[in-house]
Design a binder for this molecule. Structure first.
Ligand code: GLA
Length: 658
């Protein structure tokens, strides 16, 4: 199978989305000159060029793309060539309105923006396949072609009639019989029983709360329907170029695609990362996305997009202060990225994204943004050979699962203040701040390589996943599990006793009598810390130790944190310091060490292959003591016993062996 390694060939790929169709061709020569200056060796082309290539149904205008790819090849710049199928031309919507998506209210989503296609539309799929076929045939042997990029950020949802039919077929293969579907969806409730398949609809706007199992299946279906679009195009390009790796770019922590399942269908796992420059946890968020994507990729991965400066889709769009782009870029590399690309190369002058930054901003080649980009390009060239293809390892896994995420968003739950993604991020932060290297894993996956496994929250857990967790602990693994876990099965059906019985036995819980969610800002006293967000009325079965009990209030004296051997259950959300302390303590017991001891706050240490990356997320300089003799690959200077990092500074240290 081709991989990122085939495209990177011992380098870090560096570049970005390149949309030269927005510019007169005279500008292209300037583009490649500046790309070469900045060390750009890879650009993503064609993402939004469907209307340029096929200006009317069946037409093919490849001349401009021929000239562009030839130009790139002549300058040794590789092309991540996109199938332009995420933004159909206006003619398609005008001629075939049935290709346009409908909202859950039945409203038509018009063309005039992008991503306006119904994933279930056979007409859309036919045009997309025909164009992909011709694109792949034309450029299969082009020397610039290094990676196929299918579509862009698959995120469309549709509730139209075509989708309804497709959904029914999907349900038919999942359940075979209507009885099985009625049972799984619990349609005895509120007179929802279906008598024929034709009655079943996508969960459209309704009078009151909708059926949560139907919604869960619709989310599964939508992820699968989009994946069919992806695999159809992937199979076409792979037939023409079996040696060229294929990817599609994920949105970060995006609920619409089950990224574990999608990643299995990709040669390269790539993601678009846009931490907010003003977010005090931006560095940790970037680390988390890197850990997540690396885990999905099971190795080196690709930053398909990031921003060199401000984005244009937040309420207030802040630029990146000097040094931050470099810091987060090298952080991604430290955490396994072998490709570091941006949206986009040259900032647009027109269109909805003209205020979104580019590598080459409106300030031009003398602008601060481009100067920083040039520096990053030069540094990647320095470290590329040593870094590319090397691994990042971790003793700890955080479990993450789309089914559990989807079930956690349903209406009518105990607290709408509980956010699955925030819990995942909060628990990951506990480890990140303790300097512990982390991966992500699926609840049903092989956990044997990890000393410690964390479950921030998995409301839905299937039987196989429950058995997997139990077997992991029985095999000596350390499991720390957050509240409201194992509450429902894969049909979203409640498990009696407030939690799966096998898990209750694992943690020493006889019954979860009630969930006691907390109001915003409220806390519940516990031994040694305050809990937030949630609490639980647990009746222990006597086999577990109460590590901390609730103090005061209705739950006074009842266990808040339980431990039975190496299985821990945390029934509230401890504040950040307490969570960090708890995870740090359990990690130490499990033999998990931080990457480097005694780091100043805000400094991150990551080992990748033989290299030690030090990254200062603080706004002031930091001094780091080192346990040996190193050389900083970025400066060539010795770092014996310690190194000074400027604000947002980075050192990439190689061991000096005697
Ligand atoms: C996404 C898209 C890009 C661009 C950026 C802007 O990542 O893939 O085309 O719109 O957002 O941040």
């Amino acid at each position: 199978m081709p991989s990122l390694h085939d495209a990177a060939r011992g380098r870090i790929l560096f570049g970005g989305d390149y949309n030269p169709e927005q510019w007169p061709e005279e500008v292209w020569a300037d583009d490649v000159r500046l790309m070469e200056e900045a060390g750009v060796n890879s650009v993503t082309v064609g993402v939004f060029s469907w209307a340029m290539i096929e200006p009317r149904p069946g037409a093919r205008e490849f001349g401009w793309l021929d000239r562009l790819l030839d130009l790139l090849a002549a300058h040794g710049i590789g092309a991540v060539l996109a199938t332009p199928t995420s933004s159909p031309p206006p003619w398609m919507g005008a001629l075939h309105p049935e290709t346009l998506p409908r909202t859950e209210d039945g409203a038509l989503v018009n063309y005039g923006s992008r991503q306006h296609f119904c994933p279930s539309s056979p007409v859309y799929r036919r045009y997309a396949a025909a164009l992909t076929e011709d694109l792949a045939a034309r450029y299969a042997d082009h020397p610039a072609l290094t990676v196929w990029h299918i579509n862009n950020e698959y995120c469309t949802h549709c509730w139209c009639d075509e989708t309804a039919g497709h959904f029914r077929r999907w349900l038919g293969s999942r359940y075979t019989t209507l009885d099985a579907l009625n049972d799984a969806w619990g349609t005895a409730f509120w007179s929802q029983r279906y008598d024929t398949w034709a009655e079943i609809l996508p969960p459209r706007r309704a009078q009151y709360m909708r059926n949560p199992a139907q919604e869960l299946d619709f989310k599964r279906f939508t992820s699968d329907a989009l994946m069919e679009c992806y695999t159809a195009e992937r199979d076409i390009v792979a037939r023409h170029t079996p040696h060229i790796p294929v990817t599609t770019n994920f949105m970060p922590l995006w609920s619409g695609q089950d990224a574990w399942a999608w990643a299995e269908q990709e040669d390269i796992v790539s993601v678009d990362v846009y931490p907010d420059p003003t977010d005090p946890h931006g560095g940790q968020y970037n680390a988390m996305l890197a850990d997540m994507t690396r885990s999905q990729a099971r190795g080196p991965w690709m930053v398909m997009e990031q921003a060199a400066g401000p984005v244009n889709w937040r309420d207030v769009n802040h630029p990146k202060p000097a040094g931050l782009n470099r810091l987060w870029s090298l952080q991604a590399v430290a955490r396994g990225a072998d490709a570091l690309c941006y949206f986009q190369w040259r900032q647009s002058r027109q269109g909805a994204e003209k205020f979104h930054s580019g590598m080459l901003s409106h300030a031009g080649e003398e602008g601060r943004t481009f100067r920083e980009v040039r520096r990053i390009g030069a540094e990647l060239a320095l470290i590329g050979a040593e870094v590319s293809g090397t691994e990042v390892t971790a003793d700890v896994a955080v479990l993450h699962d789309w089914d559990a995420w989807w079930s956690s968003t349903q209406q009518g739950r105990p607290s709408s203040l509980v956010s699955y993604t925030e819990l995942v991020q909060t628990w990951h932060r506990g480890l990140w701040e303790s300097g512990i290297s982390t991966e992500f894993a699926r609840p049903g996956g092989d956990l044997s390589a990890y000393r410690m496994v964390l479950v921030p929250q998995l409301q839905l857990l299937g039987d196989a996943a429950v058995d997997n967790l139990v077997a992991y602990v029985r095999g000596g693994g350390t499991l720390v599990c957050g509240f409201f876990t194992g509450v429902v099965d894969t049909d979203d059906r409640i498990r009696p006793g407030g939690m799966d019985a096998r898990l209750r036995e694992l943690f020493g819980i006889r019954t979860v009598h009630e969930w006691w969610p907390l109001d915003a800002g409220a806390t519940v006293g516990c031994d040694g810390f305050d809990g937030t967000l949630w609490s639980e009325e647990l009746e222990p079965d006597g086999s577990a130790e109460t590590v901390a009990a609730y103090r005061g209030g209705e739950l006074d004296g009842l266990p808040a944190v339980l431990r039975k051997g190496t299985a821990w259950y945390v029934s509230t959300l401890p504040g950040p310091e307490a969570l960090r302390g708890l995870l740090g303590r359990v990690a130490a017991d499990a033999g998990v060490r931080p990457v480097l001891e005694g780091l100043p706050p805000g400094v991150e240490a990551v080992r990748r292959g033989a290299l030690l990356f030090l990254l200062n997320h603080g706004r002031s300089p930091a001094a780091v003591e080192l346990p040996g003799r190193y050389v900083d690959l970025l400066t060539g200077e010795a770092a014996d016993g310690g190194v000074e990092l400027e604000r947002y500074g980075v050192a990439v240290l190689g061991d000096v062996r005697a």
